[in-house]
Structure formats: C-alpha cells, structure tokens
Design a protein around this ligand. Structure first.
Ligand code: PGA
Length: 241
C-alpha cells in the first residue's frame, strides 16, 4: 500500500475552548464542506466533553466527533472523570489519548496512556495517540528515538485501528512548526514502527498558510489542529489543503 492510499484525517482539538453557541462554527464548516465535498479525507472535531452530546445531536454527516481524553477504567469512583464508554454513548467516535498537555499537566505516564488507549479501543473509539518530544530532546538529537519509544510504550501492537499524531511539544501553540525534513524523518520512523495503513498525523501550529506544505510531506496522512480548528474560516482551508 502506498502512502497515497491511506485515507486522510484532519482532526480539530478544541482543548478547553467552546460553549454551546460556538457549535455555530461547526455548522458553518459542515455547510461549507457540502460543496464541493472533499475527497478521501475524514474531518473530525474534538470539542470539550460538554459539547459532545450537543454536537452529536446536530448530526453532521461531513464531520466526525471525537473526545479529548478518557479514563482508563470503564466505571467507578473517579469523581469528575469520563470513561471511554460514556464518551461513545454521548456520540464520540474518536478519542485523543496522551496529548502532551495531559502528560504535562496531569502527570500522565506512558503506562497511563497505554491503559487509556486500550480503554478507548475497548469502547469502540478510534484512539488518536499523541507523541512528541520537547525542545531539549530535539536539540540533543534524540527526538526520533524518544518519540518511537513513546509510541511503542503506549502501543506495542503495530498500529491497527489507531491514529498516531506526532506533535513536537515545542511547536504546540507557539507558531513554530517542525521543518519538512524533520517531519519527514520522524514520520518515516513512525511508519516503520506501525503499519502501512496507520494514519500518521502531524500537529503543532498547523495553520491555513502552512498546511499544504506539511500535508505534502511523505507519510503525513493528516493533521491534528488546535487553535486553527476553532473557526470555520481557518479550519476549512486546512481541510481543503
Ligand atoms: P496548535 O495545537 O495547533 O494550537 O498548536 C495542536 C495540538 O495541541 O493538538
């Protein structure tokens, strides 16, 4: 299978942004994606958990729905947490796991991420596993080894049914992106560590102005987009890139 055969995925991560009124942006995006319908690409929005059920009720057929995190357990005494089954029940089909903000601000280890990934798969959610190095690791020349190790720690099985998002931490929300050569090197390593049909996304300051260049890099099958996914005016051109 060649790289061009893998169906692309453009996923928006709203993070802790968005009230119910902001779903108007998704409605606008859905309408714009009707004509022409982009070929060979899945479009997904991962709103905050409070908006999953309201967005599901809007029944967009051009935009899929994802969650940003799930708990490792199916149910139990975990105040404030949400299980993968609950997110599926609310309408999510995808679930981000191991985002660097979860790893950094909630102390999620590879072990926890592995358990979350398994929980998502068990609940029939497609996990979007995030991996990425910090600037110190990049500058020490250890980025590829570190990221591949992160991937293998969270997901020893070779990629079936899992989406992998490479997000260099130093590029998230900073306006900096990895260069095409850096992305190509990392994605080649991730391809080797997964399977030919695993969708490999790049994330970190993807914008309308750089999306085409990033999406043209070999083994890049889509993007995970934070800030630029909040407005239809920014997200639509990324989908069409
Ligand atoms: P950003 O976020 O596009 O705002 O850099 C990407 C992400 O964290 O998924």
């Amino acid at each position: 299978m060649g790289d061009g055969d893998v169906r692309r995925l453009i996923a928006g991560n709203w993070k802790m942004n968005g009230l119910e009124d902001d779903l108007a942006e998704v409605t606008t995006l859905a309408q714009r994606l009707e004509t022409p319908r982009p070929d060979n690409v899945d479009v997904v929005i991962c709103p905050p958990a409070t908006l999953i059920a309201p967005m599901h009720a809007l029944q967009f057929d051009t935009i899929g729905l994802g969650a940003q995190d799930c708990h490792t357990e199916e149910s139990g005494a975990y105040t404030g947490d949400l299980s993968a089954a609950m997110l599926r029940d609310a309408g999510a089909c995808y679930c981000i796991v191991g985002h660097s903000e979860r790893r950094d601000y909630h102390g999620e280890t590879d072990e926890v991420v592995k358990a979350k990934l398994a929980a998502a798969l068990k609940a029939d959610l497609i996990p979007i596993l995030c991996v990425g190095e910090n600037l110190e690791t990049r500058e020490a020349g250890k980025a590829v080894d570190t990221v591949v190790a992160q991937l293998k720690a969270a997901f020893p099985g070779a990629g079936k049914g899992v989406v992998v998002a490479y997000e260099p931490i130093w590029a998230i929300g900073t306006g900096k992106t990895a260069g095409p050569a850096e992305i190509e090197e990392m994605h080649a390593a991730l391809r080797q560590a997964t399977s030919p049909d695993t969708r490999l996304l790049y994330g970190g300051s993807v914008k309308p102005g750089n999306a085409a260049e990033i999406l043209a890099v070999s083994n890049v099958n889509g993007a995970l987009v934070g800030g630029a996914s909040l407005k239809a005016d920014d997200f639509e051109p990324i989908v069409r890139a």
